[in-house]
Design a protein around this ligand. Sequence first.
Ligand SMILES: Cc1cc2nc3c(=O)[nH]c(=O)nc-3n(C[C@H](O)[C@H](O)[C@H](O)COP(=O)(O)O)c2cc1C
Ligand code: SF4
Length: 509
Amino acid sequence: MVKAQIFQPLQFRHLIVKNRIFRSSVTGRWDNYNGSGTQARVNWENKFAKGGVGAIISSYAPVSIEGRITPNVVTIDCDERIPFWHTVGETVHRYDCKYILQLSHSGRQRDIEGIENTLTQADGIEPKPAPSSTDEADQVNGLPAIKMPTPKVKEIVQDFAKAAGRAKEANLDGIELHSSHGYLINQFLSSAINQRTDEYGGDLNNRYRFLHEIVREIRKVVGDNFHLQAKISVREFNNIIPPWQKSGNTFEEAIQICQWLEEDGVDAIHVSRGSTFPHPLLPSGPFPLRMLRYTYDTMTSSGGKASFRNVILFRYPSLWPIFQWIWSRLPRKVESRYEQPISGLKIEDEKLDEYFREHVSTEEFQNLLNKHQGTVLRDAKEIKQNLKEIPVITTGGFQQASYINAAIEGGYTDGVSMARMLVANNDLVNKFQSGMDIPERPCTYCNDCLGAYLELPMGCYNLDRFYQRSIQNLTGEERDKADREAEKARTREVMTVFDPPPKPYMPPM
Ligand SMILES: Cc1cc2nc3c(=O)[nH]c(=O)nc-3n(C[C@H](O)[C@H](O)[C@H](O)COP(=O)(O)O)c2cc1C
Ligand code: SF4
Protein backbone atom coordinates (compact mmCIF):
# COMPACT_ATOMS: atom_id res chain seq x y z
CA MET A 1 0.00 0.00 0.00
CA VAL A 2 1.67 3.17 -1.29
CA LYS A 3 0.37 5.40 1.46
CA ALA A 4 1.44 3.19 4.35
CA GLN A 5 4.54 5.17 5.34
CA ILE A 6 3.79 8.63 3.95
CA PHE A 7 0.67 9.04 6.02
CA GLN A 8 2.10 7.78 9.29
CA PRO A 9 2.56 10.63 11.78
CA LEU A 10 6.16 11.61 12.47
CA GLN A 11 7.00 11.90 16.13
CA PHE A 12 9.80 14.24 17.18
CA ARG A 13 10.77 14.78 20.81
CA HIS A 14 8.20 17.52 21.30
CA LEU A 15 6.24 17.70 18.07
CA ILE A 16 4.02 15.36 16.09
CA VAL A 17 3.57 16.01 12.37
CA LYS A 18 0.55 14.31 10.80
CA ASN A 19 2.42 12.84 7.81
CA ARG A 20 5.94 12.55 6.43
CA ILE A 21 5.87 15.42 3.97
CA PHE A 22 7.30 18.84 4.77
CA ARG A 23 7.12 21.86 2.51
CA SER A 24 10.77 22.87 2.21
CA SER A 25 11.70 26.55 2.28
CA VAL A 26 10.90 28.48 -0.91
CA THR A 27 11.67 32.16 -0.86
CA GLY A 28 9.32 34.57 -2.56
CA ARG A 29 9.86 38.32 -2.47
CA TRP A 30 6.37 39.58 -1.75
CA ASP A 31 6.72 41.26 1.61
CA ASN A 32 7.37 44.88 2.44
CA TYR A 33 10.77 46.51 2.08
CA ASN A 34 11.07 47.07 5.84
CA GLY A 35 10.70 43.35 6.56
CA SER A 36 7.04 43.35 7.59
CA GLY A 37 4.84 40.61 6.13
CA THR A 38 1.97 40.83 3.64
CA GLN A 39 -1.24 38.99 2.84
CA ALA A 40 0.50 37.38 -0.16
CA ARG A 41 2.80 35.50 2.23
CA VAL A 42 -0.21 34.29 4.23
CA ASN A 43 -1.94 33.18 1.00
CA TRP A 44 1.23 31.39 -0.15
CA GLU A 45 1.57 29.34 3.04
CA ASN A 46 -2.17 28.65 3.07
CA LYS A 47 -1.90 26.92 -0.33
CA PHE A 48 0.44 24.22 0.98
CA ALA A 49 -1.36 23.67 4.26
CA LYS A 50 -4.62 23.26 2.33
CA GLY A 51 -2.75 20.97 -0.07
CA GLY A 52 -2.07 18.48 2.70
CA VAL A 53 1.56 18.83 3.82
CA GLY A 54 2.23 17.81 7.43
CA ALA A 55 4.43 20.81 8.14
CA ILE A 56 5.69 23.93 6.42
CA ILE A 57 9.23 25.17 6.85
CA SER A 58 9.10 28.92 6.16
CA SER A 59 11.38 30.54 3.65
CA TYR A 60 14.49 31.98 5.27
CA ALA A 61 13.57 34.51 7.93
CA PRO A 62 16.45 36.94 8.63
CA VAL A 63 17.30 37.32 12.31
CA SER A 64 18.62 40.81 11.56
CA ILE A 65 18.30 43.28 8.68
CA GLU A 66 22.01 42.98 8.14
CA GLY A 67 21.52 39.23 7.66
CA ARG A 68 18.91 39.41 4.94
CA ILE A 69 19.59 37.98 1.51
CA THR A 70 17.25 40.34 -0.29
CA PRO A 71 14.76 42.97 0.80
CA ASN A 72 11.01 42.25 0.53
CA VAL A 73 11.24 39.06 2.55
CA VAL A 74 9.55 39.10 5.97
CA THR A 75 12.02 39.07 8.86
CA ILE A 76 12.00 37.94 12.50
CA ASP A 77 14.40 40.62 13.66
CA CYS A 78 12.13 42.53 16.06
CA ASP A 79 9.10 42.03 18.30
CA GLU A 80 6.85 43.95 15.89
CA ARG A 81 6.98 40.91 13.57
CA ILE A 82 5.42 38.56 16.15
CA PRO A 83 1.73 39.29 15.34
CA PHE A 84 2.31 38.65 11.63
CA TRP A 85 3.98 35.31 12.23
CA HIS A 86 1.18 34.47 14.65
CA THR A 87 -1.31 35.02 11.81
CA VAL A 88 0.70 32.80 9.46
CA GLY A 89 0.80 30.06 12.10
CA GLU A 90 -2.92 30.29 12.82
CA THR A 91 -3.69 30.16 9.11
CA VAL A 92 -1.93 26.85 8.55
CA HIS A 93 -3.01 25.34 11.87
CA ARG A 94 -6.58 25.30 10.55
CA TYR A 95 -5.46 22.37 8.38
CA ASP A 96 -3.63 20.59 11.19
CA CYS A 97 -0.41 21.65 9.51
CA LYS A 98 2.59 22.59 11.66
CA TYR A 99 4.67 25.71 11.01
CA ILE A 100 8.45 25.78 11.45
CA LEU A 101 10.24 29.10 11.06
CA GLN A 102 13.62 29.00 9.33
CA LEU A 103 16.04 31.32 11.16
CA SER A 104 18.66 32.68 8.86
CA HIS A 105 21.61 35.02 8.48
CA SER A 106 23.10 35.56 5.05
CA GLY A 107 26.65 36.31 6.11
CA ARG A 108 28.56 36.96 2.89
CA GLN A 109 25.98 35.25 0.66
CA ARG A 110 23.54 37.97 -0.29
CA ASP A 111 21.71 38.62 -3.50
CA ILE A 112 20.43 42.19 -3.12
CA GLU A 113 21.89 43.92 -0.11
CA GLY A 114 19.27 46.64 0.43
CA ILE A 115 20.04 50.21 1.45
CA GLU A 116 20.76 49.28 5.08
CA ASN A 117 23.64 47.11 3.97
CA THR A 118 25.40 49.68 1.82
CA LEU A 119 28.00 52.37 2.43
CA THR A 120 27.91 55.84 0.92
CA GLN A 121 31.37 56.73 -0.39
CA ALA A 122 32.57 59.87 -2.13
CA ASP A 123 32.27 58.15 -5.50
CA GLY A 124 28.97 56.36 -4.94
CA ILE A 125 27.11 53.75 -2.95
CA GLU A 126 28.85 50.46 -2.31
CA PRO A 127 27.83 47.21 -0.64
CA LYS A 128 28.93 47.03 3.00
CA PRO A 129 31.17 44.00 3.61
CA ALA A 130 28.93 41.38 5.20
CA PRO A 131 29.90 39.83 8.54
CA SER A 132 31.37 36.40 7.93
CA SER A 133 34.06 33.91 8.86
CA THR A 134 36.13 35.00 5.88
CA ASP A 135 37.26 38.10 4.01
CA GLU A 136 36.60 36.42 0.68
CA ALA A 137 33.61 37.52 -1.38
CA ASP A 138 30.88 34.96 -2.09
CA GLN A 139 31.33 32.74 -5.13
CA VAL A 140 28.12 33.54 -7.01
CA ASN A 141 27.73 37.34 -6.91
CA GLY A 142 31.09 38.38 -5.47
CA LEU A 143 29.63 40.63 -2.76
CA PRO A 144 32.25 41.65 -0.18
CA ALA A 145 32.69 39.99 3.23
CA ILE A 146 34.67 40.62 6.37
CA LYS A 147 35.94 38.30 9.09
CA MET A 148 33.89 39.79 11.90
CA PRO A 149 35.30 40.62 15.33
CA THR A 150 34.39 38.29 18.22
CA PRO A 151 31.88 40.68 19.89
CA LYS A 152 29.98 40.72 16.59
CA VAL A 153 29.91 36.90 16.58
CA LYS A 154 28.39 37.00 20.08
CA GLU A 155 25.85 39.62 18.97
CA ILE A 156 24.67 37.43 16.08
CA VAL A 157 24.38 34.42 18.39
CA GLN A 158 22.00 36.54 20.49
CA ASP A 159 20.10 37.63 17.35
CA PHE A 160 19.32 33.95 16.67
CA ALA A 161 18.28 33.36 20.28
CA LYS A 162 15.97 36.40 20.33
CA ALA A 163 14.44 35.39 16.99
CA ALA A 164 13.76 31.90 18.37
CA GLY A 165 12.00 33.47 21.36
CA ARG A 166 9.81 35.48 18.97
CA ALA A 167 8.89 32.34 17.00
CA LYS A 168 7.78 30.69 20.21
CA GLU A 169 5.83 33.74 21.28
CA ALA A 170 4.09 33.74 17.90
CA ASN A 171 2.83 30.24 18.78
CA LEU A 172 4.67 28.62 15.89
CA ASP A 173 5.53 24.93 16.21
CA GLY A 174 9.28 25.07 15.95
CA ILE A 175 12.32 26.55 14.29
CA GLU A 176 14.88 25.41 11.77
CA LEU A 177 18.42 26.77 11.66
CA HIS A 178 19.47 27.61 8.13
CA SER A 179 22.91 26.12 8.67
CA SER A 180 23.34 24.89 5.10
CA HIS A 181 23.73 26.18 1.51
CA GLY A 182 26.61 28.57 2.26
CA TYR A 183 24.76 31.01 4.52
CA LEU A 184 26.40 32.37 7.68
CA ILE A 185 26.30 29.27 9.92
CA ASN A 186 27.60 27.18 7.02
CA GLN A 187 30.34 29.79 6.50
CA PHE A 188 31.57 28.96 10.01
CA LEU A 189 31.16 25.17 9.72
CA SER A 190 32.92 24.87 6.37
CA SER A 191 36.63 24.07 6.18
CA ALA A 192 36.60 25.57 2.68
CA ILE A 193 35.16 28.94 3.72
CA ASN A 194 36.12 29.62 7.35
CA GLN A 195 39.44 31.50 7.49
CA ARG A 196 39.40 32.43 11.18
CA THR A 197 42.35 31.66 13.37
CA ASP A 198 40.62 32.22 16.73
CA GLU A 199 38.34 29.90 18.72
CA TYR A 200 35.75 30.04 15.87
CA GLY A 201 38.09 28.80 13.13
CA GLY A 202 40.61 26.04 12.47
CA ASP A 203 39.64 22.53 13.53
CA LEU A 204 36.09 21.18 13.42
CA ASN A 205 35.56 21.75 17.13
CA ASN A 206 36.21 25.44 16.64
CA ARG A 207 34.24 25.74 13.40
CA TYR A 208 31.26 24.15 15.17
CA ARG A 209 31.48 26.57 18.11
CA PHE A 210 29.28 29.27 16.50
CA LEU A 211 26.46 26.79 15.86
CA HIS A 212 26.93 25.22 19.29
CA GLU A 213 26.53 28.64 20.95
CA ILE A 214 23.46 29.42 18.84
CA VAL A 215 21.78 26.16 19.90
CA ARG A 216 22.77 26.69 23.55
CA GLU A 217 21.48 30.28 23.64
CA ILE A 218 18.27 29.33 21.81
CA ARG A 219 17.59 26.62 24.37
CA LYS A 220 18.09 29.17 27.17
CA VAL A 221 15.36 31.33 25.63
CA VAL A 222 12.82 28.75 24.40
CA GLY A 223 13.48 25.91 26.85
CA ASP A 224 13.90 22.23 26.07
CA ASN A 225 10.46 21.52 24.70
CA PHE A 226 10.32 23.79 21.68
CA HIS A 227 11.06 21.96 18.43
CA LEU A 228 14.46 22.87 16.97
CA GLN A 229 15.92 21.34 13.81
CA ALA A 230 18.98 22.15 11.71
CA LYS A 231 19.40 22.04 7.93
CA ILE A 232 22.90 20.83 7.14
CA SER A 233 24.80 20.52 3.86
CA VAL A 234 26.32 17.13 4.54
CA ARG A 235 28.41 17.38 1.39
CA GLU A 236 29.60 20.83 0.43
CA PHE A 237 31.17 20.43 -3.03
CA ASN A 238 32.57 23.93 -2.65
CA ASN A 239 34.86 23.70 -5.69
CA ILE A 240 32.03 24.37 -8.13
CA ILE A 241 32.93 27.34 -10.23
CA PRO A 242 36.63 27.78 -9.65
CA PRO A 243 37.84 24.15 -9.41
CA TRP A 244 40.89 25.35 -7.45
CA GLN A 245 38.70 26.09 -4.40
CA LYS A 246 38.78 23.59 -1.52
CA SER A 247 35.91 21.10 -1.62
CA GLY A 248 34.84 21.58 2.02
CA ASN A 249 34.06 19.37 4.99
CA THR A 250 34.52 15.64 4.72
CA PHE A 251 31.45 13.44 5.11
CA GLU A 252 32.90 12.17 8.40
CA GLU A 253 33.00 15.78 9.63
CA ALA A 254 29.38 16.24 8.56
CA ILE A 255 28.40 13.15 10.56
CA GLN A 256 30.25 14.55 13.57
CA ILE A 257 28.42 17.89 13.26
CA CYS A 258 25.05 16.11 13.22
CA GLN A 259 26.03 14.00 16.23
CA TRP A 260 27.08 17.10 18.17
CA LEU A 261 23.79 18.74 17.25
CA GLU A 262 21.91 15.76 18.67
CA GLU A 263 23.97 15.94 21.87
CA ASP A 264 23.29 19.68 22.08
CA GLY A 265 19.55 19.08 22.04
CA VAL A 266 18.54 19.56 18.42
CA ASP A 267 15.40 17.55 17.58
CA ALA A 268 15.93 16.69 13.90
CA ILE A 269 18.43 17.01 11.05
CA HIS A 270 17.26 18.24 7.65
CA VAL A 271 19.77 16.75 5.24
CA SER A 272 20.82 18.85 2.27
CA ARG A 273 23.95 19.65 0.28
CA GLY A 274 25.97 22.43 -1.33
CA SER A 275 28.15 25.23 0.06
CA THR A 276 26.47 27.93 -2.02
CA PHE A 277 22.95 28.72 -3.11
CA PRO A 278 22.15 27.99 -5.79
CA HIS A 279 24.57 25.13 -6.32
CA PRO A 280 24.86 22.82 -9.34
CA LEU A 281 23.64 19.95 -7.15
CA LEU A 282 20.85 21.75 -5.29
CA PRO A 283 18.24 22.51 -6.45
CA SER A 284 19.32 19.95 -9.04
CA GLY A 285 18.75 20.65 -12.71
CA PRO A 286 20.01 23.21 -15.22
CA PHE A 287 21.05 26.73 -14.36
CA PRO A 288 17.95 28.78 -15.30
CA LEU A 289 19.59 31.03 -17.85
CA ARG A 290 16.52 31.83 -19.93
CA MET A 291 14.87 33.19 -16.79
CA LEU A 292 17.98 34.88 -15.38
CA ARG A 293 18.46 36.68 -18.67
CA TYR A 294 15.27 38.47 -17.75
CA THR A 295 15.69 38.81 -13.96
CA TYR A 296 19.40 38.97 -13.10
CA ASP A 297 19.88 42.52 -14.40
CA THR A 298 18.44 43.65 -11.07
CA MET A 299 21.86 42.64 -9.68
CA THR A 300 23.81 44.99 -11.99
CA SER A 301 23.82 47.75 -9.42
CA SER A 302 24.59 45.45 -6.49
CA GLY A 303 28.32 46.12 -6.65
CA GLY A 304 29.20 42.44 -6.45
CA LYS A 305 32.52 41.70 -8.17
CA ALA A 306 30.92 38.95 -10.26
CA SER A 307 27.52 40.55 -10.83
CA PHE A 308 28.37 42.48 -13.97
CA ARG A 309 30.21 39.51 -15.47
CA ASN A 310 27.13 37.38 -14.73
CA VAL A 311 24.78 39.91 -16.33
CA ILE A 312 26.82 39.68 -19.54
CA LEU A 313 27.09 35.88 -19.41
CA PHE A 314 23.38 35.47 -18.81
CA ARG A 315 22.31 38.12 -21.32
CA TYR A 316 23.63 36.55 -24.52
CA PRO A 317 22.36 33.06 -25.40
CA SER A 318 25.52 32.48 -27.45
CA LEU A 319 27.47 32.51 -24.14
CA TRP A 320 25.12 30.13 -22.31
CA PRO A 321 26.86 26.90 -23.34
CA ILE A 322 30.02 28.13 -21.56
CA PHE A 323 28.18 28.75 -18.32
CA GLN A 324 26.05 25.61 -18.58
CA TRP A 325 29.20 23.56 -19.17
CA ILE A 326 30.83 25.00 -16.06
CA TRP A 327 27.64 24.50 -14.04
CA SER A 328 27.17 20.87 -15.05
CA ARG A 329 30.84 19.87 -14.65
CA LEU A 330 30.33 18.83 -11.03
CA PRO A 331 27.02 16.98 -11.48
CA ARG A 332 28.64 15.02 -14.33
CA LYS A 333 31.45 13.95 -12.01
CA VAL A 334 29.21 13.24 -9.04
CA GLU A 335 26.51 11.34 -10.94
CA SER A 336 28.98 8.71 -12.00
CA ARG A 337 29.81 8.14 -8.32
CA TYR A 338 26.27 8.01 -6.88
CA GLU A 339 23.79 5.44 -8.02
CA GLN A 340 20.06 6.04 -7.71
CA PRO A 341 19.21 4.20 -4.46
CA ILE A 342 15.62 3.35 -5.35
CA SER A 343 14.91 2.08 -8.82
CA GLY A 344 12.31 0.22 -10.83
CA LEU A 345 9.33 2.53 -10.21
CA LYS A 346 8.19 3.04 -13.77
CA ILE A 347 5.88 5.81 -14.97
CA GLU A 348 3.26 4.80 -17.53
CA ASP A 349 1.97 7.10 -20.25
CA GLU A 350 -1.52 7.42 -18.84
CA LYS A 351 -0.20 8.79 -15.55
CA LEU A 352 0.89 12.00 -17.26
CA ASP A 353 -1.36 14.60 -18.83
CA GLU A 354 -1.63 14.12 -22.60
CA TYR A 355 -0.83 17.76 -23.42
CA PHE A 356 2.14 17.76 -21.04
CA ARG A 357 3.49 14.65 -22.81
CA GLU A 358 3.58 16.56 -26.10
CA HIS A 359 6.30 18.70 -24.51
CA VAL A 360 8.01 16.21 -22.20
CA SER A 361 7.59 12.57 -23.18
CA THR A 362 7.06 9.86 -20.57
CA GLU A 363 10.54 8.56 -21.29
CA GLU A 364 12.14 11.99 -20.92
CA PHE A 365 10.28 12.52 -17.67
CA GLN A 366 11.26 9.08 -16.38
CA ASN A 367 14.91 10.00 -17.03
CA LEU A 368 14.47 13.29 -15.18
CA LEU A 369 12.98 11.48 -12.20
CA ASN A 370 15.76 8.89 -12.14
CA LYS A 371 18.33 11.67 -12.21
CA HIS A 372 16.86 14.17 -9.74
CA GLN A 373 14.62 12.33 -7.29
CA GLY A 374 16.22 11.44 -3.96
CA THR A 375 19.67 12.78 -4.82
CA VAL A 376 20.67 13.16 -1.16
CA LEU A 377 19.07 9.93 0.09
CA ARG A 378 22.19 7.78 0.37
CA ASP A 379 23.87 10.41 2.50
CA ALA A 380 20.73 10.84 4.59
CA LYS A 381 20.71 7.13 5.39
CA GLU A 382 24.28 7.28 6.65
CA ILE A 383 23.54 10.33 8.74
CA LYS A 384 20.46 8.59 10.16
CA GLN A 385 22.47 5.48 11.02
CA ASN A 386 24.98 7.61 12.90
CA LEU A 387 22.44 9.40 15.08
CA LYS A 388 21.02 7.96 18.29
CA GLU A 389 17.34 8.72 17.98
CA ILE A 390 16.43 12.01 16.37
CA PRO A 391 14.63 11.81 12.99
CA VAL A 392 16.08 12.84 9.67
CA ILE A 393 14.22 14.79 6.99
CA THR A 394 15.71 14.82 3.49
CA THR A 395 15.41 17.35 0.69
CA GLY A 396 15.98 16.85 -3.04
CA GLY A 397 13.66 16.09 -5.92
CA PHE A 398 10.86 14.02 -4.34
CA GLN A 399 7.53 13.90 -6.15
CA GLN A 400 6.47 10.25 -6.42
CA ALA A 401 4.44 8.64 -3.64
CA SER A 402 5.75 5.11 -4.16
CA TYR A 403 9.34 6.39 -4.20
CA ILE A 404 8.92 8.35 -0.96
CA ASN A 405 7.26 5.37 0.63
CA ALA A 406 10.14 3.11 -0.41
CA ALA A 407 12.67 5.65 0.92
CA ILE A 408 11.05 5.67 4.35
CA GLU A 409 10.51 1.92 4.36
CA GLY A 410 14.14 1.35 3.34
CA GLY A 411 15.37 3.37 6.32
CA TYR A 412 16.87 6.16 4.18
CA THR A 413 14.95 8.93 5.89
CA ASP A 414 12.05 9.51 8.28
CA GLY A 415 10.40 12.22 6.23
CA VAL A 416 10.97 14.19 3.05
CA SER A 417 10.81 17.88 2.28
CA MET A 418 9.67 19.23 -1.07
CA ALA A 419 10.20 22.66 -2.58
CA ARG A 420 9.81 22.91 -6.37
CA MET A 421 7.45 19.94 -6.58
CA LEU A 422 4.96 21.74 -4.37
CA VAL A 423 5.47 25.00 -6.24
CA ALA A 424 4.34 23.07 -9.31
CA ASN A 425 1.54 21.16 -7.56
CA ASN A 426 0.55 22.88 -4.32
CA ASP A 427 -1.89 20.07 -3.50
CA LEU A 428 0.45 17.16 -4.23
CA VAL A 429 -0.02 15.55 -0.81
CA ASN A 430 -3.81 15.53 -1.20
CA LYS A 431 -3.25 13.95 -4.62
CA PHE A 432 -1.12 11.24 -3.00
CA GLN A 433 -3.86 10.77 -0.43
CA SER A 434 -6.38 10.15 -3.20
CA GLY A 435 -4.18 7.40 -4.65
CA MET A 436 -2.19 9.30 -7.28
CA ASP A 437 1.46 8.22 -7.51
CA ILE A 438 2.83 11.08 -9.62
CA PRO A 439 1.17 14.38 -10.54
CA GLU A 440 -0.21 14.58 -14.08
CA ARG A 441 1.74 17.75 -14.77
CA PRO A 442 4.84 17.18 -12.67
CA CYS A 443 7.77 19.47 -11.94
CA THR A 444 10.48 19.00 -14.58
CA TYR A 445 13.37 20.33 -12.45
CA CYS A 446 13.89 23.16 -14.98
CA ASN A 447 14.66 25.70 -12.21
CA ASP A 448 12.79 28.56 -13.91
CA CYS A 449 11.13 29.30 -10.54
CA LEU A 450 14.58 29.71 -9.03
CA GLY A 451 15.57 32.16 -11.78
CA ALA A 452 12.31 34.04 -11.29
CA TYR A 453 12.84 34.66 -7.57
CA LEU A 454 14.91 37.83 -7.92
CA GLU A 455 12.24 39.80 -9.74
CA LEU A 456 8.99 37.90 -10.26
CA PRO A 457 6.34 36.52 -7.88
CA MET A 458 7.29 32.98 -6.90
CA GLY A 459 5.48 30.25 -8.80
CA CYS A 460 5.96 27.68 -11.54
CA TYR A 461 7.14 29.32 -14.77
CA ASN A 462 7.60 26.24 -16.92
CA LEU A 463 5.27 26.81 -19.88
CA ASP A 464 5.30 23.08 -20.78
CA ARG A 465 3.04 22.49 -17.79
CA PHE A 466 0.34 24.94 -18.85
CA TYR A 467 -0.85 23.97 -22.33
CA GLN A 468 -4.62 23.84 -22.56
CA ARG A 469 -4.79 21.90 -25.83
CA SER A 470 -2.84 19.74 -28.23
CA ILE A 471 -0.09 21.39 -30.29
CA GLN A 472 -0.10 18.59 -32.89
CA ASN A 473 -0.67 19.66 -36.50
CA LEU A 474 -1.15 23.35 -35.74
CA THR A 475 -0.41 26.11 -38.23
CA GLY A 476 2.13 28.71 -37.14
CA GLU A 477 -0.64 31.08 -36.14
CA GLU A 478 -2.53 28.42 -34.19
CA ARG A 479 0.63 27.39 -32.38
CA ASP A 480 1.25 30.97 -31.47
CA LYS A 481 -2.27 31.15 -30.04
CA ALA A 482 -1.74 27.95 -28.04
CA ASP A 483 1.48 29.43 -26.59
CA ARG A 484 -0.30 32.66 -25.59
CA GLU A 485 -3.07 30.62 -23.91
CA ALA A 486 -0.46 28.65 -21.96
CA GLU A 487 1.22 31.89 -20.89
CA LYS A 488 -2.10 33.25 -19.66
CA ALA A 489 -2.81 30.07 -17.70
CA ARG A 490 0.64 30.31 -16.13
CA THR A 491 0.20 33.96 -15.16
CA ARG A 492 -3.24 33.19 -13.68
CA GLU A 493 -1.75 30.42 -11.58
CA VAL A 494 1.22 32.51 -10.37
CA MET A 495 -1.03 35.43 -9.48
CA THR A 496 -3.33 33.33 -7.26
CA VAL A 497 -0.95 34.20 -4.45
CA PHE A 498 -2.45 37.70 -4.44
CA ASP A 499 -5.93 36.35 -3.80
CA PRO A 500 -7.33 37.47 -1.42
CA PRO A 501 -5.64 40.87 -1.79
CA PRO A 502 -4.23 42.75 1.20
CA LYS A 503 -6.69 44.85 3.15
CA PRO A 504 -5.90 48.56 2.68
CA TYR A 505 -4.69 50.15 5.89
CA MET A 506 -6.50 53.32 6.98
CA PRO A 507 -4.28 55.50 9.14
CA PRO A 508 -6.03 56.92 12.24
CA MET A 509 -7.62 60.38 11.74
C1 LIG B 1 13.05 29.36 -5.42
C2 LIG B 1 13.68 28.61 -4.30
C3 LIG B 1 13.89 29.24 -3.08
C4 LIG B 1 14.48 28.54 -2.02
N1 LIG B 1 14.64 29.17 -0.81
C5 LIG B 1 15.21 28.47 0.22
C6 LIG B 1 15.34 29.05 1.52
O1 LIG B 1 14.90 30.17 1.76
N2 LIG B 1 15.92 28.31 2.49
C7 LIG B 1 16.38 27.02 2.27
O2 LIG B 1 16.91 26.38 3.18
N3 LIG B 1 16.27 26.46 1.05
C8 LIG B 1 15.68 27.14 0.05
N4 LIG B 1 15.52 26.52 -1.16
C9 LIG B 1 15.95 25.12 -1.30
C10 LIG B 1 14.77 24.17 -1.07
O3 LIG B 1 14.22 24.32 0.21
C11 LIG B 1 15.16 22.71 -1.28
O4 LIG B 1 16.05 22.31 -0.27
C12 LIG B 1 15.78 22.47 -2.66
O5 LIG B 1 15.10 23.20 -3.65
C13 LIG B 1 15.71 20.99 -3.05
O6 LIG B 1 14.39 20.52 -2.96
P1 LIG B 1 13.43 20.31 -4.25
O7 LIG B 1 14.18 19.39 -5.16
O8 LIG B 1 12.22 19.67 -3.62
O9 LIG B 1 13.17 21.62 -4.86
C14 LIG B 1 14.90 27.19 -2.21
C15 LIG B 1 14.67 26.56 -3.44
C16 LIG B 1 14.07 27.25 -4.48
C17 LIG B 1 13.83 26.53 -5.78
S1 SF4 C 1 9.53 26.30 -12.79
FE1 SF4 C 1 8.00 24.72 -12.33
S2 SF4 C 1 8.67 22.87 -13.39
FE2 SF4 C 1 10.42 24.28 -13.30
S3 SF4 C 1 11.52 23.66 -11.42
FE3 SF4 C 1 10.14 25.32 -10.86
S4 SF4 C 1 8.29 24.31 -10.16
FE4 SF4 C 1 9.47 22.78 -11.31
